[in-house]
Design a protein around this ligand. Structure first.
Ligand code: PLP
Length: 390
């Protein structure tokens, strides 16, 4: 068999591989603490589950419009008005099976040989993967520990060339928990005004997971670039719905039609009961969202304190999402060596920073979507592992 060349360009998400290895070790009787995969350890709130149950019982078993049912797209528009202060037309919303799909569609829409697409590094690994799959050149925007892993507008703008078609950005960010300050967004938008042909995909899937009273900054809220911002968001992280597979893109102008066409050609639509449950998520009580956020905040403080007590580790304060990206250079081990050693010997699943791009060497990502007991036990195991090595 001869596969298409582009298949060799497709990357992966190591978190899923680590999850499989961790589950394999667990099945073999080992005690494993999973700080690897980025998903809330909570159940989806019961009102949402009940809405899906009822939808199934009521006979919502068929195809829906490819871009999502109208009441859901209206609910998304209302949610964006409430949380981002921006009025959008529900016609610009395209509902897809997970946040990931919007980034795949954006890469397919803008990427081809000769084109360049900018993306954060260390960043969500699928950005680089789908850009390269599209044939485009993936141009990294390096993120640094010194600035809390926020992006610098100057650095982003400096990477723009006549070949740049699309810029992917993410705040609050995976894998770092970094949040870019508003003044940096302001500067970036000002600079982008000189490049009217470049589209921007803003991955805001962690918008509701911010700490210390911070306000979310949405790129959709800047009128001067509104006509070329693609907003990526979804339900996975906010409502603990990772396995339901639903997310959305807000596409400017005619791009919504193009995204819908990509949906028709791939997934057809998201299953109907999940779409109905997603309406309940947005319109029903929001107290569970806040309960989960407060739990993450408490764990954030604990893991930060603990990580900074481990010899060889140093961690800047994550300000959003549920990840801590610790510098591990002081251990003398590479990120991959430490990831593997911790999993195999200490039974602690983490993800090597290099899984998020070359600028992730020297770092390990911890997902603190785990109980405080598990986090504390994991930190004890890491200390023992390092002590036994030295
Ligand atoms: N964007 C970022 C930054 C993420 O971290 C993730 C998931 O980890 C996604 C998008 C994809 O979310 P979903 O599971 O809804 O596809």
């Amino acid at each position: 068999m001869k596969l298409a060349r582009r298949m060799a360009q497709l990357g992966t998400e190591t978190a899923f591989e680590v999850l499989a290895r961790a589950n394999g070790l667990k099945a073999a009787g080992r005690s494993i603490i999973n700080l690897g995969i980025g998903q809330p350890d909570f159940q989806t709130p019961e009102n949402i589950v009940e809405a899906a149950r009822k939808a199934l019982a009521d006979g919502h078993h068929g195809y829906t419009p490819a871009n999502g049912i109208q009441p859901l797209r209206e609910a998304v528009a209302a949610d964006i008005a409430a949380h981002r202060g921006v009025e959008i037309d529900p016609g610009n919303v395209v509902v897809v099976p997970g946040g990931k799909v919007t980034m795949f569609f954006a890469a397919l829409m803008f990427g081809e040989e000769g084109a360049e697409i900018l993306y954060p590094n260390p960043g969500f690994p699928i950005y680089q993967s789908v850009i390269e799959f599209s044939g485009a050149t993936a141009v990294p925007i390096p993120l640094y520990e010194e600035t809390g892993f926020s992006f610098s507008a100057e650095e982003v703008l400096s990477k723009i060339t006549p070949k740049t078609r699309l810029i992917m950005l993410n705040s609050p960010a995976n894998p770092t928990g970094g949040v870019t300050p508003k003044k940096e967004f302001d500067r970036l938008v000002e600079g982008l005004e000189a490049h009217p042909d470049i589209a921007i995909m803003s991955d805001e899937i962690y918008a509701r997971l911010l700490y210390d009273g911070q306000e979310h900054v949405s790129l959709l809220s800047y009128p001067s670039i509104r006509d070329r911002v693609i907003l990526l968001d979804g339900w996975s992280k906010t409502y603990a719905m990772t396995g339901w597979r639903i997310g959305y893109g807000v596409w400017p102008g005619k791009l919504a039609e193009q995204a819908t066409r990509l949906a028709v050609n791939s997934n057809s639509c998201v299953n109907a009961p999940t779409q109905i449950a997603a309406i309940e998520a947005l319109q029903g009580p929001q107290d569970s969202v806040e309960t989960m956020r407060l739990a993450f905040d408490e764990r954030r403080k604990i893991i930060l304190r603990e990580l900074n007590q481990i010899e060889g580790f140093r961690c800047v304060e994550p300000q959003g999402a549920f990840y801590a990206m610790s510098n591990i250079e002081g251990t003398g081990m590479s990120a991959r060596e430490l990831q593997d050693g911790l999993l195999e010997t200490a039974g602690v699943a983490t993800i090597a920073g290099t899984s998020f791009g070359q600028y992730g060497e020297g770092y390990l990502r911890f997902s603190y979507a785990a109980s405080t007991e598990e986090i504390i036990e994991a930190m004890t195991r890491i200390k023992t592992f390092l002590a036994e090595r030295s």
